[in-house]
Design a protein around this ligand. Structure first.
Ligand code: FAD
Ligand code: AMP
Length: 473
């Protein structure tokens, strides 16, 4: 077999494996180099997202939500459940099964698309030359017409809280805890910290989150954050803002020293998760002869079409600027594949949705009010509370609201912000509207089934022009 390919992709996460599939669809001979090994020792495709990110975290969020529903919410429905028990090992085993099925699915997609999977660590050693070091340590060389770098990212470590793999862990290990820690500390109340905190608090941990910033979820619309913050407090999540962790000691428990405006404090927990963000995997991606341009934080420099400074070398996903989100990487993968094949691939960075899978869920797309104000863009706001929709009431899930921002003169939809049930799904309607350069009026005139949560989106669109039907304007 020849070691020459039209395209070689490094990294089989959502950015890399999707790039490879699109390349193969376009008739390009494609290989993917990936070094990931699942905890059972088996090499696995799918990268962070499928193995230790999006999918396992959502599987655990779902299990913990089921438990929480049975223990806390069924009584109101007239259902009595006695002797409810949680088998954490089974919860983790189910999560692993979901992950395995999905990563096997990517393997199958590679087979049907005739994509070669080369397991090992890849390095760019020449303009279009890749060296792959496999488990047995023997390096092998490959040559590509074009190279797509998609090595993703890994958790940032904190010198004040070094991981010991047991009491102080990162998000990878937090997805594999087989017992509920009575006291759980989390450094970082970002997306990952809040999702992990939700899982373990629902199944019995007392959770304290220590966040460096003075405001929770800085870039998110303040009205959404206030609503979510109130709900988190009611759920027992103890979020402490403006905290700087200065040190940790590990013994039978973890003792954390931190400072805030009021002074120095100590917190003792059984397990501590460090969730302070992620950094790009670019440390060992190129040999010394290859002059790939990185920024000061180690991200690969790219233009709007994900071209690096090297000819025929592209970079996509978490390793380049922009949000660290799986669907952003996937879209970049498609764009790059199409451009390699001579087509006009393009990513609309203005319409990337964000989701935080807490309860309530938080989702948004486009501009916030703060951004519009800063840019001097005139806008109208329409809001609608889920409490005023029949479906949310019937579901007993009526916390939250939909907030739409439309241009004051053109009515074009500029941003959508949702906190509440199924926000992750509801945001898609706003994304489609924005992709079609639609207006609040377009959404307002669209018939929505009754009773559905999506009626809140339509009502918020009506509220932009002060004609919501089920609330006072
Ligand atoms: P990755 O998924 O990180 O994949 C990179 C792959 O390349 C890995 O398999 C890695 O082992 C391999 N690799 C790296 N370097 C080399 C090399 N030199 N040679 C060979 N192989 C290499 N995003 C969402 O959109 N929604 C979510 O709900 C969500 N939840 C998350 C929850 C958690 C706990 C975490 C940690 C992340 C979550 N994310 C979520 C973020 C998401 O996982 C990432 O944005 C996404 O995985 C990035 O995709 P990628 O293809 O760029 O890289
Ligand atoms: P995310 O980028 O969404 O995963 O969130 C990471 C969170 O960790 C952000 O809210 C950061 O402000 C927070 N963070 C980063 N460094 C620290 C630190 N040293 N102590 C506490 N929080 C931190």
């Amino acid at each position: 077999m020849s070691n020459d390919y039209d395209v070689i992709v490094i990294g089989a996460g959502p950015a890399g494996y999707v790039a490879a599939i699109r390349c193969a669809q376009l008739g390009l001979q494609t290989a993917v180099v990936d070094d990931f090994v699942f905890k059972d020792g088996e090499p696995a495709l799918g990268g962070t997202c499928l193995n230790v990110g999006c999918i396992p975290s959502k599987a655990l969020l779902d299990s913990s939500e089921q438990y929480h529903k049975v223990t806390e919410h069924l009584a109101a429905h007239g259902i009595t459940a006695r002797g409810v028990e949680l088998d954490v090992e089974q919860m983790i085993a189910r999560k692993d099964k979901v992950v395995k099925e999905l990563t096997a699915g990517v393997r199958q997609l590679f087979k049907v698309n005739k994509i070669e999977w080369i397991h090992g660590h890849g390095r760019l050693v020449g303009a279009r030359d890749i060296e792959v070091t496999s488990a047995d340590g023997e390096p092998e060389r490959y040559r590509a017409g074009s190279v797509v770098l998609a090595p993703g990212s890994r958790s940032i470590e904190l010198s004040a809280a070094p991981l010991d793999g047991d009491r102080i862990i990162n998000s990878d290990a937090a997805l594999d805890m087989t017992a509920v820690p009575p006291r759980l500390g989390i450094i970082g109340a970002g997306v990952i910290g809040l999702e992990m905190g939700s899982v373990w608090s629902r199944i019995g941990s007392e959770v304290v989150l220590l966040e460096a910033q003075d405001e929770l979820l800085g870039p998110v619309d303040r009205q959404l954050v206030r609503t979510a913050q109130k709900a988190f407090k009611e759920q027992g999540l103890d979020i402490r803002l403006g905290c700087r962790v200065t040190g940790t000691e590990v013994g039978q428990a973890v003792s954390i020293r931190y400072e805030d405006k009021k002074g120095a404090h100590q917190l003792v927990v059984d397990t501590l998760i460090v969730a302070v963000g992620r950094r790009p995997n670019t440390d060992d991606l190129c040999s010394g002869e290859v002059d790939l341009l990185l920024d000061e934080r180690g991200f690969i420099n790219v233009d709007e079409h994900c071209r690096t400074n090297l000819p025929d070398v592209y970079a996509v996903g978490d390793v380049v600027r922009g949000p660290m989100l799986a669907h952003k990487g996937q879209e970049e993968g498609v764009m790059v594949a199409e451009r390699i094949a001579g087509k006009a691939g393009h990513v609309n960075y203005e319409t990337i949705p964000w989701v935080i899978y807490t309860d309530p869920e938080i989702a948004w797309v486009g501009r916030t009010e703060a951004q519009l104000k800063a840019a001097g863009v005139p806008y109208n706001v329409g809001t609608f509370p889920f409490a005023a929709t029949g479906r949310a009431r019937a579901m007993d899930h009526s916390t939250g609201l939909v907030k739409l921002l439309a241009h004051a003169e053109t009515d074009r939809l500029l941003g959508a912000h949702i906190v509440g049930p199924q926000a992750s799904e509801l945001i898609a309607e706003a994304v489609v509207t924005m992709e079609f350069a639609g207006s609040a009026e377009d959404l307002a005139r669209t018939i929505h089934a009754h009773p559905t949560l999506s009626e809140a989106v339509r009502e918020a669109a009506l509220a932009v022009s002060k004609r919501a039907l089920h609330k006072a304007n």
